[in-house]
Design a protein around this ligand. Structure first.
Ligand SMILES: [Zn+2]
Length: 401
């Protein structure tokens, strides 16, 4: 996560921590209230919209919150820190803004079982003194395991506390990081595609595989899930088995994230322009193997990391339309092959060029991306959050052979 402010980069530093019993109880209560407020406000806003086509804004929900706290039924909302509740209303506001701008789906209710439990504290709701963090309504500071140092002398502006399904507690600190500065400009450019057997395939011909432990982790997950199925519903053993599944799953996600960070950092350091395809996983469900590979690789996460690191280091990410026929087009002569079934791994074009299917696709993606950059008449492609290029640029591309 990052926020760019006047050239300074703010980034989130996430650590594990171990709450005391009192802290765990206070936080659990706060998580519950955050979820309650979010869901109540969502309900109020949805009803206003579906029944009366009325937009209820943040201010109105904030006034509702004050009223709820005064009712007997919801008086418990006044017992936790008010800041995380206000932040929940702000997050909901962002959700609606994105929905109305057609960037996101309609906000969904938070469920106790499925949603990540979290609470966000802004500056007025925590104390920070020489690396010691104390949250509102708590006597003792959090016992944080500092796995890496925070930028020296920086005070976090926002603190987010969360608990995952495996029962692990995390605190994420949003800080300015003066060490992030643009890298020297380079001439190197790269096209990146999702391979069939590889995590990523580059236009340079390099193929980046899935991490070796991925398969082993997956087998452990299946084993844990089977064990869970055998346990009786509502039993203590079932709860234990559920935590076990969550732990294995959390480990898979952590390792995958680490791996992606290594790859995206390297790609962004080495290249000035990085071109990727705008993949929509839902369009690929027709091919389970492919959908699975993309899912596993966490394409969305990959793209997000690539985009924010590019912003940090002064690089450009260009996103080309997903309907671009990258596999069928000869990257040497531009002839379009009629069909390219998934089992075809290498093919020879009429012009005599023999292609590795994936590398050829990555080269086409690169060429398409560079064409878009040039269309901008020397103007760098705009760096945008997911959604990528403007619709016009994508349409222009679509019409090309
Ligand atoms: Zn050709």
């Amino acid at each position: 996560m990052f926020v760019a402010v006047g050239g300074q980069v703010r980034r989130a530093f996430k650590f594990r921590f171990y709450p005391t019993e009192a802290q765990a109880a206070e936080l659990s209560r706060t998580f519950g209230c955050v979820r309650k407020v979010y869901n109540l406000a969502l309900q109020a806003r949805s009803e206003a919209w579906t029944q009366r086509r009325e937009r209820v804004g943040y201010e109105a929900t904030s006034a509702l919150l004050t009223a709820w706290k005064r009712t007997e039924e919801l008086a418990f909302l006044a017992e936790v820190s008010a800041v995380p509740l206000q932040q929940a209303l702000r997050h909901l506001q962002t959700g609606f803004t994105n929905f109305f701008a057609k960037r996101a789906r309609f906000p969904r209710y938070k469920s106790r079982k499925k949603s990540r439990a979290s609470a966000e504290y802004t500056r007025s709701a925590f104390r920070w003194r020489d690396g010691v963090l104390t949250l509102a309504k708590m006597a003792e500071p959090l016992d944080i395991r500092w796995s890496r140092p925070l930028p020296e002398g920086e005070t976090p502006s926002t603190v987010t506390v969360s608990r995952d399904a495996a029962g692990r507690w995390f605190v994420s600190l949003l800080c300015e990081d003066p060490s992030v500065t643009p890298l020297p400009v380079t001439d190197a450019v790269v096209g990146i595609d999702v391979g069939l057997d590889h995590l990523l395939v580059l236009s340079t011909g390099e193929k980046i595989g899935n991490p070796r432990h991925e398969r082993h982790d997956r087998e452990r997950l299946i084993k844990a899930q089977r064990a869970l199925c055998r346990k009786q519903k509502g039993s203590n053993n079932r709860d234990k088995a559920r935590v076990k599944v969550a732990r294995v799953h959390a480990r898979i996600v952590d390792r995958r994230t680490d791996n992606l960070h290594k790859i995206t950092t390297r790609l962004v350091r080495d290249n000035q322009t990085l071109v990727i395809e705008d993949l929509a996983v839902s369009n690929m469900v027709g091919n389970h193997r492919l959908a699975r590979a993309i899912n596993d690789a966490g394409w969305r996460q990959f793209r997000q990391q690539l985009e924010y690191k590019a912003r940090w280091y002064g690089r450009d990410v260009v996103v080309v339309d997903r309907w671009f026929p990258s596999s069928k087009l000869c990257s040497a002569c531009g002839t379009l092959a009629t069909a390219m079934p998934l089992h075809v791994r290498t093919w020879t074009c009429g012009c005599g060029a023999t292609h590795d299917r994936d590398v050829n696709a990555a080269r086409n993606i690169l060429a398409a991306g560079l064409a878009v950059s040039v269309c901008g008449a020397g103007v760098r492609p705009q760096r945008k959050p997911p959604g990528g290029l403007s619709a016009t640029k994508q349409k222009t591309l679509r019409r090309e052979p």
